[in-house]
Design a protein around this ligand. Structure first.
Ligand code: ACM
Length: 261
């Protein structure tokens, strides 16, 4: 299976420009799964709910249509961040789509910083979706700092975590190595680059998108200052066996009765 990330430098509020920037990176790219950054079409640093509303879409809106087109040209299932509008709620969300249409959405459950002013927190548990016999779970950016997110996806059978991101703290790329080791799964962290100074925020996004193997190997890694695409071949069935040795199993050995949750 060929899995990859697209690392971009979104321009705030310029959806068409940001769609074009992704298209321009992908000629000739063939893959089975491609992950784009969180909010890749809108930018990240909002200053009001009105700005969020102006860039929000329904789950079958223009970002979903764009993802379907991208799936046609690349052969890949596409995972990409967008602002999902549902009734009067606005979610920092990701969608999964392929050439035949929408497959699933995920609404970020752990909002970061001032996101709490603009977005509703995700109102559904992270779920695993099976695409071509491979189990894929989505989480978004700051979800990484709550190990429960990856763990719950692992318990639901995820073999690959698709992780659209707009990372600003310096730790996630390293932490994802641990998430992959402790859950024996693959992760594709698709981060953005660039700087956004808007309102009271001044964010520099850390790039260094990564594909991490299910034993913590770094299978692909991007720079912190350049848009790029990277794709690697993996064997997702390696994520099915959770044994560490003949005595230990990452999931079966948990001692739930001793954990306070
Ligand atoms: C983040 O969750 N975008 C830092």
């Amino acid at each position: 299976m060929r899995i990859g990330f697209v690392q971009t430098a979104p321009v705030f509020g310029e959806k068409q420009l940001n769609f074009d920037a992704v298209r321009e990176l992908l000629p000739g790219c063939k893959a089975d799964l491609l992950v784009l950054p969180e909010l890749f079409a809108t930018g990240y640093t909002f200053t009001s709910v009105d700005e969020v509303k102006a860039l929000a879409e329904s789950a079958d809106g223009e970002t979903s249509a764009f993802a379907r087109q991208l799936s046609v040209s690349t052969g890949a299932a596409i995972i990409a961040g967008f602002i999902e509008r549902q009734n009067d709620c606005y979610y920092n969300a990701s969608l999964m789509a392929d050439a035949s249409g929408m497959i699933a959405t995920y609404r970020k459950i752990h909002l970061f910083n001032r996101e709490k002013l603009w977005f509703s927190p995700g109102n559904r548990p992270p779920e695993v979706v099976t695409v071509n016999n491979v189990n894929i779970g989505m989480m978004i950016c700051f979800d990484w700092i709550f190990p429960e997110t990856c763990r719950s996806l692992a318990l639901k059978g995820a073999q690959i975590i698709a992780h659209p991101a707009n990372l600003v703290l310096p730790w996630a790329q390293q932490a994802m190595i641990t998430r992959c080791i402790e859950n024996r799964l693959f992760a594709v962290t698709a981060n953005r680059i660039g700087r956004e100074q808007r309102g009271e925020d001044d964010f520099t996004f850390t790039g260094q998108s990564r594909i991490t193997g299910c034993k913590g190997e770094i299978l692909a890694s991007a720079a912190d200052d350049e848009p790029c695409v990277q794709v690697v071949e993996i064997n997702p069935s390696l994520a099915t066996d959770k044994t560490v040795n003949s005595f230990n199993d990452l999931l079966a050995d948990r001692r739930n009765q001793f954990y306070t949750i």
